[in-house]
Design a binder for this molecule. Structure first.
Ligand SMILES: *[C@@H]1O[C@H](CO)[C@@H](O)[C@H](O)[C@H]1NC(C)=O
Ligand SMILES: *[C@@H]1O[C@H](CO)[C@@H](O)[C@H](O)[C@H]1NC(C)=O
Ligand SMILES: *[C@@H]1O[C@H](CO)[C@@H](O)[C@H](O)[C@H]1NC(C)=O
Length: 410
């Protein structure tokens, strides 16, 4: 009895101390935006172009003083889909500033046709090593309602030093499937060869990965069984909501460059508990990747354990530690990729049954800070959030602090 009590006390202490390590930088009951003036905001509300409770933050990434925050058009009335927070602010509940401006984030009146510079709806963005922001635009607005496809899914690339749109690449019809859904993008680039970048885009609805080559102005679609969801691990209980999802490949993360010049891409389906990998040598080679002989180049890294379903992941090149959101555990986990993947080697970085309800996205910045965004998304989608409660939070923690005391240290 005494032994059991001791163990209980220790585990409570560990959970508590882990959660305490995160710095809760920003939080909101409801998002607010930095409107040009009060009249514009009032007009947008009256015309239904801004419905405050329908604005949910989802993805993030950092560049210098900008912390990008996406607000996908799940429902009608999203003010602006691509935004940032000015990190010089001392406000814990800052207004989001549309990026690069309001015009680019304004939903076009007409429904069809590529608006050259308009961002319709974005889930995740990626800051690359060449001071560029890569935006995956799904082109789809009001997903949960009337679902209007304003434009074909596209990649938008911005120069962060000038805030100018460098390129808009529209995915080809051969990249798309009936149920395609492109909600993530990861960029692979050598900072001395910025023009030779590749982007890897998981298709969580169509169970594939699209590769885009900036130098070749080309894209190709890769299929593999490992991109599918695991039917035995699609049941979720998050923030008191039970639901079943069939999302396939979603979380992608790149390891450091190997002696052969290529990286390992770690990936997992959202509805699943296993981690897989493949060399970017395979992904980048259109002939090999789309041929029939690449099956065995994809590897199973291991099983993370029960309830370890994960939306996002990112890898710290200095320690070789992969960080993973933990949707069914209200937390964040880590795995040192130099060790075999099994439940024992999966470390708990943080767990908090209130503050970390639905850890939707995480990213590592250039200064080796880990940023985490939690947003109670299942409650937002299936029930509606309470405007009198803290619903959205952004946390920050130093990588070395995040992994101390976990099996992820070397
Ligand atoms: C890039 O490819 C697209 C077709 O996917 C084409 O429409 C466009 O003109 C190409 N751009 C350049 C600069 O070649
Ligand atoms: C791509 O893969 C094929 C084999 O499928 C190989 O013959 C070719 O050399 C590779 N190309 C490059 C650039 O590595
Ligand atoms: C918010 O309001 C709801 C319903 O009005 C209530 O049930 C809930 O307890 C409130 N939450 C807080 C934190 O006050």
């Amino acid at each position: 009895m005494l032994l059991r009590l001791t163990i209980l006390a220790v585990s409570v202490f560990v959970a508590g101390s882990h959660a305490a390590k995160l710095d809760n930088v920003f939080e909101w009951n409801e998002l607010s935006f930095s409107w040009p003036d009060e009249k514009t905001k009032e007009e947008a509300i009256q015309k239904g172009r801004y419905v405050p409770e329908n604005n949910l933050p989802l993805g993030l990434d950092r560049w210098n003083d900008k912390l990008f925050v996406t607000v996908p058009r799940w429902k009608n009335g999203v003010a602006s889909t691509l935004n940032y927070i000015d990190l010089k602010t001392s406000n814990k509940t800052p207004s989001l500033i549309p990026y690069p401006d309001w015009v680019s984030n304004t939903l076009p009146e007409r429904e069809k046709g590529p608006e050259e510079s308009t961002i319709i709806s974005t889930f995740r963005v990626n800051v690359d090593a060449c001071d560029r922001l890569w935006v995956m635009d799904t082109g789809l607005a009001d997903i949960w309602g009337e679902a209007k496809q304003h434009s074909t899914p596209s990649i938008l690339i911005y120069d962060l030093k000038t805030d100018k749109l460098l390129k808009r690449y529209v995915l080809q019809s051969t990249d798309l499937k009936e149920d395609s859904f492109f909600a993530n993008i990861v960029v692979d680039v050598d900072p001395t060869k910025c023009e030779e970048a590749f982007a890897y885009i998981p298709d969580l609805g169509g169970y594939g990965v699209v590769v885009y080559s900036l130098a070749d102005n080309d894209s190709w679609r890769i299929k593999h069984n490992f991109f599918h969801f695991d039917p035995l691990n699609g049941d979720f209980n998050v923030g008191g909501i039970n639901f079943q999802w069939t999302d396939g490949v979603f979380g992608l993360a790149l390891g450091k460059v190997q002696p052969n010049g290529y990286r390992t891409m770690y990936f997992h389906p959202l509805a699943g508990i296993r981690e897989f990998s493949v060399s970017t040598e395979v992904l980048r080679n259109k002939t090999m990747a789309t041929g029939n002989n690449a099956y065995y180049a994809f590897k199973l890294e291991g099983n993370r354990g029960e309830k370890t379903q994960s939306s996002a992941s990112d890898l710290d090149e200095k320690t070789n530690v992969l960080f993973l959101t933990q949707l069914n555990k209200d937390g964040v986990a880590c795995w040192n990729v130099d060790k075999p993947l099994n439940p024992e080697n999966l470390g708990t970085v943080a767990q908090d049954s209130e503050g970390l309800i639905f850890t939707n996205d995480l990213k590592i910045d250039a200064e080796r800070n880990l940023w985490i965004l939690s947003d109670k998304m299942p409650t937002f989608l299936y029930k509606g959030l309470q405007p009198n409660e803290t619903n959205y939070r952004i946390f920050k923690v130093k990588i070395d602090e995040a992994i101390s005391g976990t099996p992820c240290t070397a």
